[in-house]
Design a protein around this ligand. Structure first.
Ligand code: PLP
Length: 416
């Protein structure tokens, strides 16, 4: 054990046991054991999630809601049980407040198109922050352009923390919606959402939280958060791609017009007139990703079987260890040093392009992400073309962090 690891608080989380549940972690890439540090993009999947998908397709594959036959009823029941499981997981008052989407992006677009197109007027303002993912910028920009509304941006400081005094000035009587990332994907910052939501509430504005990077790391309680919409993706929290959730307060869902039209979202259709189904079904046009919903249910069960307290302690110790380890590399600068962070470390190496570093890391079996991470305004703020991002999950280890450091030193020698 080196001196760095002595400073890190020992945790009781049994990471070697947990890793056995993730078959994809146990492989060689380019002749080296895989180190998977691209969890912010998508997480690996435990066997139980993979088996849930397989069980659906091998056992009871059928379309939902419309069939009277046995398999359709099994599939419908499983899909609606998944909805209830999501509601329980995020402490939603009702399962009918949970809309299955294809991901965070789809959830935010749904709100922007349904709520925004219906309610926004010229001069209205949507408040975002300086650290949003493009998925929480572009949908608002599109609807603002159409409706003559404006975007206002809460700035951040050099640590990658939002400036609350500025937020107080920006959130005002014209604010109709505060759309904020719970956790920044590019910086790892956990935003002080309670304080900022309170500002929006004072002005009577609605609140949407982009929870894409929060759900893999800590438990969400939508009632305690006091938001109106919470969007997240299943694939970043052990589930499959193509599935996500938009939670919304019941009253809002009942008032909002549907966005996409099609099967399953209607009550009756004639060529003269269509009437719509109740929420959440009228926001789920067409055949949904049924297997994805079942996989999300399995992912939630997997999280439930872990000790959340131990998981968070393990992730905190990984963050601390990785920060110390990487900062001991000459010329390495961490971008985003907020006091409250998830284990995401974005960094640059003086004189080296992130892409070149990422390329060499891959040659040694280390998967990181390089570039702007769909957060170009963050890169502009720090005046850099991009970063190297190591985004860790609870199944990562300190030994993997040491490998990252070792290979970064090799990359530096090769590229300098
Ligand atoms: N918001 C944040 C903060 C993200 O990190 C991401 C994806 O990385 C998204 C939104 C978009 O998620 P998806 O591509 O799953 O819709």
């Amino acid at each position: 054990m080196n001196t760095l690891s002595k400073k890190v608080v020992a945790t009781t989380f049994d990471v070697s046991r947990v890793r056995q549940d993730f078959p994809a972690l146990d492989q060689d890439v380019n002749g080296y054991s895989l180190v998977y540090f691209d969890n912010g993009a998508t997480s690996q999947k435990p066997l139980s999630v993979i088996q849930a998908i397989s069980a659906f397709y091998t056992g009871y594959n059928a379309n939902i809601h419309r069939g009277v036959h046995h398999l359709s009823q099994l599939a419908t029941n499983a899909y609606e049980e998944a909805r209830q499981a999501v509601a329980d997981w995020i402490n939603a008052p009702k399962a009918t407040e949970v809309i299955f989407t294809s991901g965070t992006t789809a959830g935010i677009n749904l709100v922007a198109q349904s709520w925004g197109r219906h309610y926004l007027k010229p001069g209205d303002e949507i408040v975002l922050s300086a650290m949003e993912h493009h998925g929480n910028i572009v949908p608002w920009q599109m609807v603002c352009q159409e409706k003559g509304a404006k975007l206002r941006i809460i700035p951040m400081n050099d640590q990658g923390e939002l400036i609350l005094e500025e937020a107080e000035k920006i959130i005002g009587s014209r604010t109709r919606m505060l759309a904020l990332s719970h956790v920044s994907n590019a910086l790892g910052t956990i935003n002080p959402v309670a304080e900022i939501i309170a500002m929006a509430r004072k002005q009577g504005a609605l609140v949407l939280l982009d929870g894409a990077q929060a759900v893999p790391h800590f438990r969400i309680d939508v009632q305690q958060l006091d938001c109106d919409f919470y969007a997240f993706s299943a694939h970043k929290m052990l589930g499959s791609t193509g599935t996500g959730v938009l939670w919304a307060k019941e009253q809002l869902l009942n008032e909002l017009p549907p966005w996409q039209g099609g099967g399953d979202m209607i009550e009756s259709v004639s060529f003269e007139k269509t009437t719509y189904n109740v929420a959440p079904f009228r926001f789920e046009a067409g055949t949904p990703h049924i297997a994805g919903a079942l996989a999300l249910h399995a992912a939630i069960n997997y999280y439930r079987a872990l000790n959340q307290h131990e998981l968070e302690a393990h992730e905190a110790s990984l963050l601390q260890y990785a920060s110390q380890c990487l900062l001991s590399i000459p010329g390495l600068r961490i971008i985003g040093n907020a006091r409250h962070k998830v284990p995401v470390i974005s960094f640059v190496l003086e004189g080296l392009h992130p892409y070149d570093v990422g390329f060499i890391l891959d040659k040694y079996g280390i998967a990181v992400r390089t570039g702007h991470h769909c957060a170009q305004p963050v890169m502009d703020f720090f005046k850099i073309p991009g970063t190297i991002r190591a985004s860790l999950a609870f199944y990562n280890t300190t030994a993997e962090i040491e490998r990252l450091k070792e290979v970064l030193l090799i990359a530096k020698r090769m590229l300098s």
